[in-house]
Design a protein around this ligand. Sequence first.
Ligand SMILES: C[S@@+](CC[C@H](N)C(=O)[O-])C[C@H]1O[C@@H](n2cnc3c(N)ncnc32)[C@H](O)[C@@H]1O
Length: 309
Amino acid sequence: MPVPEHFSFTRYLAAKKSVDDRALNRQVWETLRQNLPETSPQNPLHILEIGAGIGTMLERILERKLLRHVMYTAIDNQTENIDAARRRLQSMPGIRILETHKKQGRTANKQEQPLITLQLQERDILHMISLQQGKQLYDLLIAHAFLDLVDLPSSLGGILSLLKPGGLFYFTLNFDGLTLFEPQLDRLLDETIMQLYHHSMDERLQDGRPSGDSRTGRHLFTYLQECGGQILAAGASDWVVYPKEGSYPEDEAYFLHFILHTIETALSGHPELEPATLSSWIQKRQAQIERGELVYIAHQIDFIGKYQP
Ligand SMILES: C[S@@+](CC[C@H](N)C(=O)[O-])C[C@H]1O[C@@H](n2cnc3c(N)ncnc32)[C@H](O)[C@@H]1O
């Protein structure tokens, strides 16, 4: 696949789905399944998914028949993601979407007996916890490929306090400080670029506040414990993207181009990297994708646990 002319975040999230399907830790998923409480139409499970993107985790939950009788609230702070989620999910069997705000005049799609009643909300979790901290609203919190984007020391306690005591958290794909590309181009330059890229995650600011940690996975063991989270299972959920007979499955070549684009954007103008050095490195990696050679690995960790404040 040649280098795309434009990069779309929603297409990236769609392309990421098959990579995530392979990556999710099966033991952690099974522990979630085993710990889910019994539900009924009168006693549904209340779930909040934070940073839900275009809704692929909910699709996966339906595809894998994980849940029934659920009130599912999916929030994301980007309008285009929520709109894309609505388009993807509205015709999916088993889901009834409740329109709660903004898109006036739309009605809930008709499902005789939906497995999942869904509210899609354009909302910022940090704003949400400033209003609802400690309200104990949910039985299960899901955050997938999200927690490494926020400042956990200042926000994890508030996030967990949205759970009822004894409620479950399923926090997956938490980046943990290792990015690898093969085949090697130049060992020293490869390592320097990865170090600077990880450092850029640690230094990222949003609205003047810290927003990210390149070692979120390992740090969660401590942060969760400090905030009343009892870990029931944890395990690796590394992304491993590789070609088979010279080509990538699904839209994974696009996924790889997007990852390179993210690295280039993060490091462009970096004082420790010559612009020409960075762009030549990116071009060589892009050429490896086009030839169906590039292998990409990112280390991540999944958690399932119980909130025992
Ligand atoms: C890496 S994406 C993952 C999306 C989705 N969970 C997935 O894996 O496909 C992170 C998502 O979090 C959303 N996000 C970032 N900061 C947020 C915040 N403070 N509140 C709510 N959503 C946020 C972004 O818009 C983005 O869709």
